[in-house]
Design a protein around this ligand. Structure first.
Ligand SMILES: [Zn+2]
Length: 517
């Protein structure tokens, strides 16, 4: 625990900083520090952070600094050394707070965020897809998808996430991209709702979307359209290949999607093995377990990202390990529907066997919150519950899943996921002025188990501050909220839907979301 003691001593030295307004520290250039000859000019330096780099050696600096030029990290090291080597146009004093790479959200439906809470707790999984949620997805328009994405980005960044991969369920990937770019968020989008075997039973595939009917011809025609975004290596929003998965794809579509991902140098993303209904569907179709079949036809590979993987049978373990695929573990999105965070999923076992396990928040009315720190917390806890073993996963594992593993899962580990020279400056700076941060013993443990997203203070994406003192810098939060409210009212009107809370307020006929002014 030597480093922890150093951390405590260090922090005492800087304890005066804790008492000043954090924002007041975010000014000016270095002062009072002797600099070596010819210090290099950079745009920004973050100083005095408990810097958790997430590099291969898992290097941590108790009093660390990061020099940033443009969109890139130039240097990471002890504050005294970085201050001697660089002069900065702007300094952000992290005041002893944890500084870490932004989280990478590996399974999201950002366009469903405006439906959060709207369908209630008592709707069963079997009812929700074919009825209420289907009506919602049929009613949503581009403006609503834009508003929903703004809200999702604000929430994700506010919780320490700097990059997301959209699951291929936005009708307008352009609306998602525009909103994310306006917020300053990094991400990957995909073609809308690619599926061609939706006659089979099971949750997701029970949908019948007017704007995206299940069709091999349609899916193959659209497949890869969004890869056009990857022409610009500096674009905040790129493209990837996603199909709906979970028993909704023919082998023809699976193989075409994998080939498109290979040709485009990107990842192949799909839902897989969420719960027993979709795995039974796959078992029946293929005469063997789904993952075994996908290996047989040559789909499993390093660039595969499969979300959920909650039902993994004995003979599916070896193909997963052999292939090098990544899994987006969504514990909350499974617990809320009674599937279990990892009862049948083997996420912890696979992680400990070297499989790249990342994390996902899934969707409104599934996890309800786009909070990857919470997913990491639940991942550790559900694994311990399953095994009755405290050491099966630790706080550091949650942080790895949320950062570098996430970057690898979406194929961007050369650009993001750790704080290293040459990588993009996607950085989260945590505040220490909350009760949950004390006592100052083990900052990583505190981050995962106690401070959570409450401690997120400043967030940089691509070298730019996009969240300062917990507020977005590039868009007005009130405007985001207003556009969400007007969109949801319009969509519910179109659906003819009115939310009925279980405990209906006695002084109000309509829910405020649908109240007409
Ligand atoms: Zn999903």
């Amino acid at each position: 625990m030597r480093w922890a003691q150093q951390w405590f001593i260090h922090h005492c030295v800087y304890s005066d900083v804790l008492r000043v307004n954090f924002k007041s520290m975010v000014t000016g250039a270095f002062s009072g520090i002797e600099q070596s000859a010819l210090p290099r000019s950079v745009d920004l330096v973050v100083t005095h952070g408990y810097v958790v780099t997430m590099d291969a050696m898992r290097t941590v600096f108790a009093d660390g600094a990061i020099a940033i030029s443009g969109r890139e990290i130039v240097a990471v090291g002890p504050t005294a050394k970085i201050c001697a080597e660089f002069v900065a146009a702007r300094v952000i004093d992290a005041a002893g707070g944890v500084v870490h790479p932004g989280f990478v959200e590996c399974h999201t439906h950002v366009t469903y965020h405006i439906a959060r809470g709207a369908f209630g707790d008592t709707v069963s999984y079997a009812e929700l897809g074919p009825t209420t949620e289907l009506a919602f997805v049929n009613a949503i328009d581009d403006e609503a998808e834009h508003a929903s994405t703004l809200l999702a980005c604000f929430e994700m960044v506010g919780n320490g996430t700097t990059c997301f991969i959209e699951a291929g369920t936005a009708y307008s990937p352009g609306a998602v991209a525009d909103a994310a770019i306006a917020f300053g968020m990094r991400g990957l989008v995909a073609d809308p709702f690619l599926w061609d075997a939706a006659e089979t039973p099971g949750g997701f595939n029970a949908y019948r979307l007017e704007r995206a009917p299940a069709s091999t011809e349609r899916a193959l025609r659209l497949l890869g359209t969004e890869l056009k975004r990857n022409v610009d290596p500096h674009a905040l929003i790129g493209g990837h290949i996603a199909i709906a998965g979970m028993g909704t794809a023919t082998d023809e579509l699976e193989l075409a999607a994998k080939a498109a991902a290979d040709a485009g140098g990107t990842v192949f993303n799909q839902h897989q093995s969420y719960y027993h209904v979709d795995t039974e569907t796959d078992d029946k179709r293929h005469g063997c377990h789904a993952i075994v079949h996908l290996e047989d036809i040559g789909v499993l590979d390093k660039n595969c990202l499969f979300a959920h993987m909650n039902v993994i049978r004995d003979d599916e373990v070896a193909p997963i390990v052999r292939s090098g695929l990544s899994i987006a573990w969504c514990p909350a999105g499974s617990m809320l529907w009674g599937v279990g965070g990892t009862f049948g999923g083997r996420h912890a076992e696979l992680y400990n066997r070297g499989v790249n396990i990342a994390l996902g928040s899934d969707s409104a009315n599934w996890a309800n919150r786009f909070d990857l720190g919470l997913q990491g917390y639940l991942a550790v806890l559900t694994a311990r519950e399953k095994f009755g073993n405290r050491v099966v996963l630790a706080a550091e594992d949650a942080l790895a899943m949320a950062t570098i593993n996430g970057a690898k899962a979406i194929g961007l580990d050369k650009q993001i996921g750790s704080l290293e020279p040459g990588k993009r400056a996607d950085i989260v700076i945590r505040a220490n002025d909350i009760a949950e941060a004390f006592p100052l013993t083990d900052p990583i443990s505190q981050l995962v188990y106690s401070t959570g997203s409450k401690s997120v203070h400043t967030v940089l994406i691509d070298g730019r501050v996009v969240l300062d003192a917990r507020r977005p810098t590039r868009l007005d939060a009130e405007l985001i909220f207003r556009s969400v409210q007007s969109s949801v009212a319009r969509i519910f009107d179109r659906m003819g839907y009115q939310f009925k809370p279980k405990w209906a307020p006695v002084d109000r006929v309509l829910h405020p979301f649908v109240r007409k002014s």
